[in-house]
Design a binder for this molecule. Structure first.
Ligand code: SAH
Ligand code: SF4
Ligand code: F3S
Length: 472
């Protein structure tokens, strides 16, 4: 081999590092889904290839959620299942590095390794960018096995660099992280840190790259996404910081992007510009997730939500004025400490007034370290269960009625995948409803009109409006 050949071979082997298997399991919210994808992107150049199961993997990452007790407990059961797999790998003379990332990592830190010695590495949500170096130090058998600093700015600087590999036609883009609201039930301000917004230029670069890969729909993510206040693009005449409405209008100009959504918003951060954007930006989809949590002002105050039920209803009314067909979604908690039957009835009444297209509802779960956990008047589990059942019966009724109201209408559907039955394709309506119909796989990745013929609680069915009609 000549000298140049040797150099070329060395370069080639540098480009193609040893192949390793990476298994990532994601819990919790969409921001974790986004973070998991970005961790994968960061590790791909190091030779890690995605695996479908943890068996035999070289690196396992559990990207965890701490929002409710059950979510956190799931992590420990999964770690229990990993133990024999790690031992089997060791018996083969190889090793499996077990990493706990995400909000449980942030909240429990070193406690995780004490409780589950199978864990090699603990990284909080703001230190993923350091994963390659942390993994290397674990492999060397020394160095820090715990990193839960808050370095959100560095995180996004580093994550901006590697190319995003996206499969499919819809993508999440985190634009804001953290929360300064401190609702008394919630761990997020402790696990994700203070509120921070990515600069507009960085978001634009990421969305452009996604559009170039064929993405048609983006969902902007943030724990308080409508508190977004990112630095204006360099050299733009509107300097300072931009709100979410302005960002949405700007991203709508990017070729290839047909649909924009965002989640999750807080009532206190609602501004007129954002409401107006629903009225005059056709690419912003008429579906809005605005959690309220409770309908009783007394409970809202105890929750430190910083808004009343009437203020919430006023925002909904203004949104409906701006965009009459807007579908409203929300989050509710039942059984917060001190909740009486009358308080709960106020929640039911608010739900009747809003008439939700969809709504998540949860039993209050005591989270260590939050003010709610120490409050008097904790509610009996049986009472919570019974109230949740009543609330969910009402919400299910509303969701079914909303879906049924689509029958006979023609909706533009972004097709994302083949359907369950042969010859079927599936996608989403503007209102985020799952829609399936018979159609060619060639429509996947495109928006086509579907006449809705059937509806259930969770999905719509219909038939494609024939091509000739569509062209006319
Ligand atoms: N940032 C978002 C969502 C945070 S977590 C917001 O402010 O709306 C998602 C949902 O989980 C919350 O809206 C709330 O309904 C629920 N949740 C959070 N903490 C909870 C707890 N301790 N018990 C039960 N539900 C909780
Ligand atoms: Fe949690 Fe409240 Fe912040 Fe939402 S606004 S993340 S519920 S503290
Ligand atoms: Fe869970 Fe953390 Fe998201 S606690 S809901 S993964 S911000």
């Amino acid at each position: 081999m000549s000298e140049t050949e040797t150099a070329a071979a060395a370069e080639a082997s540098e480009q193609r590092p040893e192949r390793k298997r990476l298994f990532i399991k994601t819990y919790g919210c969409q921001m974790n889904v986004y973070d998991s994808e970005r961790m994968r992107d960061l590790l791909t150049p190091l030779g890690y290839e995605p695996a479908e199961a943890p068996d035999g993997a070289d690196l396992v990452i559990l990207n965890t959620c701490h929002i409710r007790e059950k979510a956190a407990e799931k992590v420990y059961s999964e770690l229990g299942r990993l133990k024999p797999l790690k031992e089997a790998k060791a018996a083969q003379g190889s090793s499996m590095t077990v990493t706990v990332a995400g909000c449980v990592a942030q909240a429990e830190g070193a406690e995780i390794q004490r409780r589950a010695p199978v864990v090699d590495l603990v990284v909080g949500p703001q230190t993923y960018h350091k994963l390659p170096e942390l993994i290397a130090s674990v492999h060397r058998g020394r160095g820090e096995a715990l990193d839960t600093e808050f370095e959100v700015e560095e995180k996004f600087d580093v994550l901006a660099a590697p190319k995003r590999q996206i499969e499919g036609y819809t993508a999440f883009v985190t634009v804001q992280e953290g929360c300064d609201k401190f609702c008394t039930f919630c761990v997020v301000p402790y696990t994700r840190g203070a509120e921070w917004s990515r600069p507009v230029d960085q978001v634009v670069a990421e969305v452009r790259a996604l559009a170039a890969q064929g993405v048609r729909e983006i969902t902007l993510l943030g724990q308080n996404v409508n508190a977004y206040h990112g630095d204006a693009p360099a050299g733009h005449e509107a300097e300072g910081t931009w709100g979410l409405g302005r960002l949405v209008r700007h991203l709508a100009l990017i070729g290839g992007i047909e649909r924009i959504r965002f989640t999750t918003s807080h009532p206190k951060d609602m501004d007129d510009e954002l409401i107006q954007t629903f009225a005059d930006e056709p690419k912003l989809m008429p579906y809005f997730h605005l959690p309220v949590q409770a309908g009783s002002d007394r409970i809202l105050k105890a929750m430190n939500r910083k808004h009343t039920a009437a203020e919430y209803l006023d925002i909904i009314a203004r949104l409906r004025q701006a965009r009459p067909d807007i579908a409203i979604s929300g989050d509710m908690i039942v059984g917060f400490p001190g909740e009486t039957e009358a308080d709960f009835e106020a929640t039911m009444e608010l739900v009747r007034q809003v008439n939700y297209a969809s709504c998540f509802s949860f039993k209050y779960s005591k989270r260590p370290g939050t003010p709610g956990a120490a409050m008097h008047g904790q509610i009996d589990e049986a009472v919570k269960t019974e109230r949740l059942a009543r609330l969910q019966a009402l919400l299910n009724e509303q969701q079914t009625a909303f879906n049924e109201s689509m029958v006979g209408k023609t909706l533009p559907v972004l097709f994302e995948r083949e359907g369950r039955n042969p010859g079927q394709i599936g996608g989403r309506s503007p209102y985020l409803q799952a829609v399936h119909c018979d159609g060619p796989a060639s429509l996947i990745g495109q928006i086509a009109e579907v006449e809705i013929t059937g509806a259930s609680k969770n999905a719509l069915s219909g038939r494609l409006v024939p091509q000739e009609t569509r062209a006319a």
